[in-house]
Design a protein around this ligand. Structure first.
Ligand code: OOG
Ligand code: MG
Length: 263
């Protein structure tokens, strides 16, 4: 009983923190029973609250902390997943106001779109690739609701893996047209290269992150459904953003995506 109440109150605080753009302290200190399983239940409640308030629909999933760079930066040792809603998607070409965010950062990812259901357990990399309609470069804006982006694995899961917004590139590549491990990535802010990486930085192959998630989702009877979008997790560390910044990710064979930020 107490756990159900804790789930409800943590989900409500995280929902309000995003809506009203305030920071909260991580919850593990207050709720010692908060583990990854409980955190995914909080995430489900949080998504239900957001869907209701924003009349939003689930459009896919995001992976987080799938590269060593990100795991080290955040001090965790395994990936996490979160839910994507239609209300989180931005389109390229429109300047993005920083007004709704707390302390946003941006990171380059590879997005997968599925034409077939992917249901674990036992999903492998070739199965992920066979179920993939296309891949494209993506930029994810993350905005942890926790003070200074300071959280444990359970905290970040509860907070829907710091999700905020995302943009997709327009070039759609079939997965058998490229070797995604070798896809070179250039991440630029205001014309300057701030990081370079390759697809292999995501768990050796971005599709391995997707397989991990499909198998993890199976534990709660869920799957990746046809038409859904999945973000692979960042290929390098996230960078902070300020008004006036222009950020671009370019990936070999996949084109690029650019976003401009305003006040
Ligand atoms: C957690 C979200 C991580 C990624 O791509 O690794 C994430 C965070 O860093 O706040 O979205
Ligand atoms: Mg991300």
């Amino acid at each position: 009983m107490r756990q159900k109440e804790s789930i409800e109150s943590i989900a409500t605080v995280l929902f309000r923190a995003e809506k009203e753009a305030f920071e909260v302290d991580k919850f593990v200190d207050l709720y010692p029973e908060l583990d990854a399983d409980m955190a995914y239940r909080i995430q489900e409640r949080l998504i239900a609250l957001k869907c209701k308030a924003e009349a939003a629909k689930v459009t896919g999933w995001k992976l987080g902390l799938t590269s060593q760079a990100k795991q080290q930066m955040m001090g965790v040792h395994e990936p996490v997943y979160g839910v994507l809603l239609d209300s989180m998607r931005l389109s390229e070409g429109n300047p993005v106001t920083l007004a709704p965010f707390i302390h946003p950062k941006i990171e380059p990812e590879i997005a997968f779109v599925f034409h077939r259901e992917l249901k674990g357990p036992g999903v492998s990399v070739p199965e992920v690739l066979a179920a993939t309609a296309c891949v494209m470069p993506a930029l994810e804006i993350i905005d942890s609701r926790y003070r200074n982006f300071s959280f444990t694995l359970a905290d970040v899961i509860a907070d829907n893996a710091s999700s905020s917004r995302y943009l997709l590139g327009e070039v759609h590549v079939k997965p058998d047209e490229i070797d995604m491990r070798l896809s070179g990535m250039v991440f630029q802010k205001n014309g300057k290269v701030i990081a370079t990486s390759t697809g292999a930085s995501v768990m050796g192959h971005p599709a391995r992150a997707i397989a991990w998630m499909a198998n993890k989702l199976a534990e709660s009877g869920q799957s990746i459904r046809p038409g859904e979008i999945v973000l692979s997790g960042a290929l390098c560390e996230a960078t902070s953003i300020a008004a006036g910044d222009t950020v671009t990710v370019s990936i070999d064979g996949m084109g690029s995506v650019t976003v401009v930020f305003t006040n």
